[in-house]
Design a protein around this ligand. Structure first.
Ligand SMILES: Nc1ncnc2c1ncn2[C@@H]1O[C@H](COP(=O)(O)OP(=O)(O)OP(=O)(O)O)[C@@H](O)[C@H]1O
Length: 337
């Protein structure tokens, strides 16, 4: 276990509404380590944004504690809290840029608030815009920038105060897939080059798979499952984890039940035509219900769901064939593609 930067202990949050009290977070326990990229995933309304707002104390937890770098956030004075918040950069789905300021002006903004003189702030903004690949857009206004470029400005702004942690709340949810990939690559680079811990809040498992080391799944106000991303990807235990990991939703019995095998390719096997060879070896056809595999440097990554033959002996032979190739295979019942 590495050194902790954020520790959340027995945290609960309730809101008083006109219909009574609603509990949005229940007994949350999490440790986020220095230098890691930690994902928090859940469906809409699960409580993710509230959790981020409790981490930086924009919302006061009803119970429990948040330690940042060993300091209890609830015990800080207003001045100390402002200081600690500067060590937690934030980026949002909607970028939250000041529209009447240029890219450079946006990055300078937190530095002005921190009392830095104009020349030094501009110099720092220039360096940061270069870091995020936007050196040539310093004088552009947000309206003249694409979504991905706006998010790069927001990242540069979040880095301005030299944060230890970057909290990213659905940072790629408003972006197309190609732009998402480039922003995720930038965040990974920032994590590795600057040693900044990143917390990714998202509803997309693909974002978690792409850059996170560990993940916590929030469901109905509590943490349903947490651990290393690869462990959860191979063997999701809870129903919510399966719903997030399995292609096109959780297995369901509502439709014609199909007995299927889910195969996970983790990069440890070569990209041989496993299914074709299995069919040849077992002398029985299978239906490929879903496939999302990538060939990276001759290694296979991704997952596939195939419908198994009714014959039990044949089905077992197929499991054996796949596992003998070092691949993870589990049975998924009632998969509906
Ligand atoms: N100030 C508030 N008062 C009352 N209820 C609130 C308040 N803030 C959030 N909630 C409720 O808490 C629940 C969780 O909201 P939250 O925004 O944290 O979820 P989320 O997982 O981030 O979802 P989304 O991805 O849709 O933003 C929701 O049901 C929401 O209506």
């Amino acid at each position: 276990m590495g050194e902790a930067i954020i520790e959340i202990r027995a945290l609960s949050k309730s809101f008083r509404t006109k219909d009574g009290e609603v509990t949005v977070l229940r007994d949350i326990n999490l440790t986020i380590e220095k230098d890691e990229i930690f994902g928090i995933i859940g469906m809409s309304g699960a409580g993710k944004s509230t959790l981020v707002r409790c981490i930086n104390m924009l919302e006061k937890p009803t119970h429990g504690t948040v330690l940042f770098d060993g300091r209890d956030m609830a015990k800080l004075s207003e001045r100390e809290l402002r200081e600690v918040r500067r060590s937690m950069g934030m980026i949002f789905q909607q970028f939250n840029l000041l529209m009447q300021r240029t890219a450079e002006g946006n990055v300078c903004f937190p530095l002005e608030l921190a009392g830095m003189d104009e020349a030094s702030a501009r110099k720092r903004a220039k360096d940061l815009l270069e870091l995020v690949g936007l050196a040539d857009k310093a004088k552009a206004y947000p309206a003249q920038l694409s979504g991905g470029q706006k998010q790069r400005v927001a990242i540069a702004r979040a880095l301005a105060t030299d944060p230890k942690v970057l909290l990213c709340d659905e940072a790629t949810s408003a972006l197309d897939p190609t732009t998402t990939t480039s922003i995720l690559a930038l965040l990974k680079d920032i994590n590795q080059r600057l040693g900044i811990t990143i917390v990714m809040i998202t509803h997309q498992m693909s974002v978690i798979e792409e850059i996170c080391n560990r993940v916590a799944i929030i469901d109905e106000s509590h943490i349903a499952e947490s651990g290393k991303v690869e462990d959860i990807f191979y063997k999701p235990k809870t129903e919510i984890a399966q719903k997030l990991v399995y292609p096109s939703g959780k297995p369901t019995q509502q439709f014609i039940s199909k007995r299927c095998m889910r195969i996970v390719f983790d990069g440890n096997s070569s990209f041989e035509p496993v299914i074709a060879n299995m069919v040849l070896e077992c002398k029985a056809p299978v239906n490929i219900m879903y496939a999302d595999t990538k060939n990276i440097d001759g290694k296979a990554f991704g997952q596939m769901v195939v419908q198994l033959p009714e014959d039990e002996v044949l089905a077992q032979k197929m499991f054996h064939y796949v596992r003998a190739r070092g691949l993870s295979a589990e049975e998924v019942n009632g998969y509906v593609g």
